[in-house]
Write a protein that binds this ligand. Structure first.
Ligand code: HEM
Length: 460
């Protein structure tokens, strides 16, 4: 007699409970991203993380990133409460908007980040780098060491403010806008507002936040009006704001209003400056332990550029410079994950995923997957040589994510990173100064704690 078939029960995901792990995982207490590597070693490439606001399915293999961000991208949305604190500041900016509004904005903005537009912008980038390096020159002359985070944050802040508004803003406004933007974003990211306390509860810094935001909005709207007037009188500028003022929706022919321009400008600033600064700061921390890498960088820059200031036309001739950046972004991806929410029920690796579940490909883990990367913990820029990258999974290196929400500033960031590295290598020998070894910590992004200072010696 044949026995009736028993219904196959769904496999159960391995899980980690943060509350029990808090005691046993010092990495977690220290917000060390290696916590994710330990969790993968214990549970495998897919597991459930419990103990936060709601359980999350954590994913650690490139095939997961490909599946969630690309193949099933329509079922996995960014519409998650994780972004709520940022929405209060960025309004409907590209990073936090969704649905048809996001699609319209993305379509209008995408061409402004293509190579041709970047070529126009790169002159502003180089100008900003040259201006900021005057203060690096002074530090070199005085024998003063720079902290990596401050040095690169100031540099990339100057670059983003100049490329956003350059030509439409004076030196005084550049400093004011940069500092105010940094303050309001830090305030939000620290999650002080995220605690969802009613707005009448006094919080330290809240009044300063409100005042700064008001002042910042005043300046931003003034710059937007000024740029509109300049455009109307036929003055053309290659800055991002002017490009965005000019674009219109293909179907409706509508252009962006002042509020939309303000939201997008603030978004580009947020998304673009600390991330790039972090990649550069880490690149130097890694190079301090690998003088051979710094030597090859100097050799390439000297051979290709000599004394000539690098431009966008040079970056394709600086492959080693690019590989240093790629490797720093592999080991310390500033954006360490790409959480998404399932719209409909699904299955990943045979495990059922209910609609409404948050799933998160962990870039940090994918970038060190032992099936893909040989000695994943080693800083080895040459792993990005074409002959060593040929058969690699296409979602193995995803610092800029993948799919429809892939970073719009990817080419911009790589261009800026290469220009900065080339300029620095040309001007200085940079050695490790005082300070303890850098430690990565989890915040809204992966941040650097500590870190050896930059000791600059002028090369010419
Ligand atoms: C090394 C530097 C950078 C890294 C590592 C980085 C990383 C990322 C990642 C991972 C995302 C996707 C987030 C998600 O979907 O969950 C993203 C989105 C975005 N990035 Fe970047 N980014 C960098 C630089 C920039 C720059 C320079 C800009 C602009 C000037 C920029 C603008 C944006 C915007 C607007 C989005 C939202 C795109 C959308 O949803 O349509 N980023 N970035």
């Amino acid at each position: 007699m044949v026995s009736p078939a028993t219904p196959r029960s769904a496999p159960v995901l391995p899980s980690i409970d943060l509350l029990t792990w808090l005691h046993s995982a010092p990495q977690l207490m220290q917000r060390d991203p290696d916590f994710f590597l330990t969790a993968r070693a214990r549970c495998g490439d897919i597991y459930l993380l419990r103990g936060g606001a709601s359980p999350m399915v954590m994913l650690g293999h490139p095939r997961h990133a490909q599946e969630i961000l690309v193949e099933k991208g329509a079922n996995y949305t960014k519409d998650s409460p994780i972004w709520d604190p940022l929405r209060s500041l960025l309004g409907n900016g590209l990073l936090v908007s969704g649905g048809s509004y996001w699609l319209r904005q993305r379509r209008m903005m995408q061409p402004q980040f293509h190579r041709q537009a970047l070529a126009g912008m790169s002159a502003l980038m180089s100008e900003a780098i040259a201006e900021e390096l005057e203060s690096w020159d002074r530090a070199a002359a005085e024998g003063r060491e720079l902290t990596a985070t401050e040095g690169f944050n100031a540099l990339t802040m100057k670059v983003i403010v100049k490329t956003l508004f350059g030509g439409s803003i004076d030196q005084h406004e550049i400093a004011a806008v940069g500092n105010d933007m940094k303050f309001v974003l830090d305030f939000i990211l620290q999650g002080i507002l995220a605690k969802s306390l009613p707005s009448w509860v006094p919080l330290p810094g809240r009044q300063r936040y409100a005042d700064t935001l008001r002042r910042l909005d005043d300046i931003l709207f003034r710059i937007i009006r000024r740029s509109r007037d300049a455009l109307a009188s036929g003055k053309v500028s290659a800055n991002l704001l002017s490009l965005l003022l000019n674009v219109s929706d293909e179907e409706t022919r509508e252009t962006m209003n002042d509020q939309q321009l303000r939201d997008e400008a603030l978004t580009l600033f947020l998304a673009g400056y600390e991330t790039t600064a972090a990649a550069l700061a880490w690149a130097y921390q890694f190079m301090f332990d690998r003088p051979d890498v710094a030597q090859k960088l100097h050799a390439e820059v000297d051979a290709v550029l000599g004394q000539r200031t690098p431009t966008i036309a040079d970056v394709s001739s600086l492959p080693y410079t690019k590989m240093i950046l790629q490797e720093a972004l592999r080991l310390r991806p500033p954006s360490f994950w790409t959480p998404r929410v399932a719209l409909a029920d699904d299955e990943i690796d045979g495990y059922p995923i209910k609609a409404g579940t948050t799933v998160a490909p962990i870039t940090y883990v994918i970038h060190q997957h032992p099936e893909i990367w040989e000695h994943p913990e080693r800083f080895d820029p040459e792993r990005f040589l074409p002959e060593r990258s040929q058969n690699r999974h296409r979602a193995a290196w995803i610092p800029f994510a993948l799919g429809q929400h892939q970073c719009i500033g990817k080419e911009y960031a790589m261009l800026e990173g290469q220009l900065v590295l080339a300029n620095l290598a040309q001007r200085y020998r940079i050695e490790a100064g005082q300070g303890r070894a850098a430690r990565a910590t989890l915040s809204a992004t992966i941040r650097m704690e500590g870190g050896r200072r930059l000791k600059l010696t002028r090369r010419r």
